[in-house]
Design a protein around this ligand. Sequence first.
Ligand SMILES: NC(=O)c1ccc[n+]([C@@H]2O[C@H](COP(=O)([O-])OP(=O)(O)OC[C@H]3O[C@@H](n4cnc5c(N)ncnc54)[C@H](O)[C@@H]3O)[C@@H](O)[C@H]2O)c1
Length: 342
Amino acid sequence: MSILVTGAAGFIGFHLCKKLLEKKFKVIGLDNLNSYYDQDLKRSRIKELNDFSSKNGLNFIFIKVDIVNNSQIKQIFEDNLKSKTKITMVINLAAQAGVRYSIENPSAYIQANIVGFSNIIEESKNYDVDHFIYASSSSVYGGNKKLPFSETDQVDHPVSLYAATKKSNELIAHSYSHLFKLSTVGLRFFTVYGPWGRPDMALFKFTNLILKDKSIQVFNHGKMTRDFTYIDDVIESIYLLIKKLINKKIHKNIQNQAPYKIFNIGNSKPTNLEDYIKAIELNLNKKAKIVYEDMQPGDVKATYADTKSLENEINFKPNTSINFGIKKFISWYISYYKKPSN
Ligand SMILES: NC(=O)c1ccc[n+]([C@@H]2O[C@H](COP(=O)([O-])OP(=O)(O)OC[C@H]3O[C@@H](n4cnc5c(N)ncnc54)[C@H](O)[C@@H]3O)[C@@H](O)[C@H]2O)c1
């Protein structure tokens, strides 16, 4: 069975491809390796996947492609059809991520997250894939005051363009589920962190700056909480959802309704940013030089996932502690970079 994963050179995509390969799926990974952050890190992730699959006789194909390029995307589906290995599932993780950058470069978000997303879901429908899974985000909850955030809460007030594109993805997916009975599952990730993580996110940035003796900027004067979610928990959740989809145990008994679902994937244990920084300091055995700043436009003060729906579906709940997760990240960071990254 073939699974196509977009954003395969990205943080979550890399870990997911590795898990799917371990479980003996044929994986086709797509990514344009763009320069939003360190391209060497993206290339290293792909090298790791190539090495892992060739060492273990597994089936991984990487294609460098921009999901905005519709004719190339069509061609990938067409070529695959000719090779008689039907793509049964598509997992769309490619996107322009990051809330703050969406204010600087809105067009990157419209291109990758709207045009690119539309291309991938349209070809998934045209080539008759069984299931379409895609990354949404906790940012769709905007400044909602009711905590924890539940999938049934209203999410009509995005506070960044990034959030607006993710909410749009959910709406587009619903229309495909309704019109074409395409089985879709949207995943609202809550601040994912861990080894091979993203250089634009707090844990990576803080670790790098603390090691270089530079100061770190802490927004909203540290008065922020995040539902930090460890990567292995995210991957296990996605894998268990995939298994259920394959066994046709999601979207059952829906007859005339759209086969459409959304799940929060979060730790359900919000942590103060200050406590998160303390855990980094503890693991680095070094104090941070903190510069407190005002709230950034587009940011939200708190995120907190209600994961009852996920638990009911897969009988699993993300629950890795911050201390364990940060320790894992820092030991990966030190062995990967040997010294602070540039
Ligand atoms: N990491 C998190 O905390 C988090 C939280 C919420 C949602 N998400 C979403 O999860 C998904 C994966 O996030 P991530 O943290 O792995 O981010 P990432 O930036 O590491 O991965 C995204 C990958 O997509 C690729 N990409 C971007 N635009 C592309 C395009 N037009 N064509 C082909 N490839 C393209 C990038 O090169 C990158 O490798 C994204 O959709 C992101 O918005 C992540």
